[in-house]
Design a protein around this ligand. Structure first.
Ligand code: ADP
Ligand code: TPP
Ligand code: MG
Ligand code: MG
Ligand code: MG
Length: 337
C-alpha cells in the first residue's frame, strides 16, 4: 500500500490541501492517531489523557510539548519555570488516569546561543518538579533549533488490577467535581500580555501545580471518569461528556472563583469584570486541575469541589444554570477559539 493510500484509510478530511488551522484539532488528531485502538494487550489505547499499557504492567504513558511562542514566551517565563511547567503538564495527564507519575523523559531543542546557565536552570526546574511529583528523569534527547521546544514523556503506574480513570466513564446522576480554582493561568497570561510581570496569577501561568496524589485519591474514592483541564473547563468537560455519551449541567454559584481574578479584571480595566472572570474560569485552560465525575453514594476526596451533575442528553452538551454554553478554550491546531 502506498503512503498516500495508508493515510487515506483513516483520514477524516478529504482535502489534502486544507491547513491544520482550518481543519481544527479533532480532524488533525484523527489523522495522526491512525486506527487508534492501541495494542491488543492495552487496557487503554490512544485518545485519553494517557495510554495504559498492559496487561500486567499497567504502565501509564503520555507526552506533551511546550513550544516557544505557542505555549510560552521566554520574556514571560524563565528557564527554571519552563522546566517545571514542562514536567507538571505531563504529570497532570498521568494523574488524570488515576495514577501516580514515576519517570519522565525530556526531549529538548534549543538555539545554539543558549547558555549553560540557562540549561542549568532548566534542569533544576525539570528535576525539582519531577521530585515533587515522585518521579525521576530516565532519558531524553537534545538538538539544535531556532525555537525552544521542551517535550516531556511521563510514565506512571497503576497498581495491579486497578482500573484506569477514563474520559468515557461518566454516567447520568454522577456529580461533576474539580480541583483548584480555574482561570488563574489565563488571567496571569492576560496580565503578562498587558505588561504586569509579577504576581501570583502570572506565576500560576508560568507553572501550573497539578494536585499530586489526587488522581489516585479520586480513583480510590470511586470516581467514574477523570481528565485534566488543559484546554478550558467547558471544553474539557464537553470532551469528557461527549466521550461518555452524556450531557453535564454546571451551577455558576458552585464554581470556585479565586478572588484574585476580580482584582486582575480591575487591573486590566475590563468593561464587564464579572463577564471577564467568568470567561477565564470557563474557557481559560492550562491550570491543569483534575475534573471528574463521582457516582451517587461516593464522596470526592478533599481538594475537589462539586460544580455540577451529569445527565442523559446530547453527548457533550454542557449547560451553565440551565443555559447551553458553547466551549471557547483552546484548539491545538487553531490556537485560541
Ligand atoms: N501526534 C499524535 N499522534 C497520535 N496521537 C496523538 C497525537 N497528538 C495527540 N494524540 C492523542 O490525542 C489525544 C488528545 O491529545 P491532547 O489534546 O494532546 O491531550 P491532552 O489535552 O490530555 O494533553 C491523546 O490521547 C493523545 O495521545
Ligand atoms: C505565548 C502564549 N500564548 C497563548 C497561550 C495560551 N495557550 C497555549 S496552549 C493552550 C492550551 C493547552 O495547550 P495544548 O498544547 O493543547 O495542551 P494539551 O491539551 O496537549 O495538554 C493555551 C490556553 C500561552 N500559554 N502562551
Ligand atoms: Mg489531558
Ligand atoms: Mg497533549
Ligand atoms: Mg496534556
Amino acid at each position: 500500500m502506498s503512503d498516500r493510500a495508508e493515510t487515506a484509510a483513516h483520514a477524516v478530511s478529504p482535502d489534502r490541501d486544507l491547513t491544520v488551522a482550518r481543519a481544527g484539532e479533532a480532524a488533525v488528531l484523527a489523522v495522526l492517531s491512525g486506527p487508534g485502538d492501541g495494542h491488543a494487550d492495552d487496557p487503554v489505547g490512544n485518545g485519553d489523557d494517557a495510554a495504559v499499557l498492559g496487561p500486567a504492567e499497567a504502565t501509564v504513558v503520555t507526552t506533551d510539548m511546550l513550544v516557544e511562542g505557542t505555549h510560552f514566551r521566554l520574556d514571560f517565563t524563565g528557564w527554571a519555570d519552563l522546566g517545571r511547567r514542562a514536567v507538571a503538564q505531563n504529570v497532570s495527564d498521568v494523574l488524570a488516569m488515576g495514577a501516580d507519575c514515576t519517570r519522565v523523559l525530556v526531549a529538548l531543542a534549543v538555539p545554539a546561543g543558549t547558555t549553560m546557565g540557562q540549561i542549568e536552570d532548566l534542569a533544576a526546574g525539570i528535576h525539582g518538579e519531577a521530585a515533587r511529583s515522585g518521579a525521576v528523569v530516565v532519558g531524553g534527547d537534545l538538538t539544535r533549533a531556532d525555537l525552544v521546544v521542551v517535550g516531556v514523556t511521563a510514565i506512571g503506574t497503576l497498581p495491579r488490577g486497578a482500573r484506569a480513570l477514563r474520559i468515557n466513564g461518566a454516567e447520568p446522576g454522577d456529580a461533576v467535581a474539580l480541583t483548584g480554582t480555574p482561570g488563574r493561568s489565563a488571567a496571569g497570561l492576560a496580565l503578562l500580555l498587558a505588561g504586569h510581570p509579577q504576581g501570583p496569577l502570572q506565576q500560576s501561568h508560568r507553572v501550573p501545580v497539578p494536585p499530586i496524589g489526587l488522581g489516585t485519591a479520586a480513583r480510590l474514592a470511586g470516581a467514574r471518569s477523570l481528565t485534566d483541564v488543559s484546554d478550558g473547563l467547558l471544553r474539557d468537560l464537553s470532551g469528557l461528556a461527549r466521550a461518555s455519551g452524556v450531557a453535564a449541567d454546571l451551577t455558576a454559584d458552585a464554581l470556585p472563583v479565586d478572588p484574585l481574578l476580580y482584582e486582575a479584571a480591575g487591573t486590566l480595566g475590563a468593561a464587564d469584570p464579572a463577564a471577564q472572570v467568568t470567561d477565564w474560569v470557563l474557557d481559560g485552560g492550562e491550570d491543569h486541575g483534575l475534573l471528574g465525575t463521582f457516582p451517587p453514594g461516593t464522596t470526592p476526596p478533599a481538594g475537589f469541589t462539586v460544580i455540577g451533575t451529569v445527565r442523559a442528553g446530547e453527548p457533550g452538551r454542557v449547560t451553565l444554570d440551565g443555559q447551553p454554553r458553547v466551549p471557547g478554550g483552546w484548539d491545538s491546531a487553531r490556537g485560541a477559539n
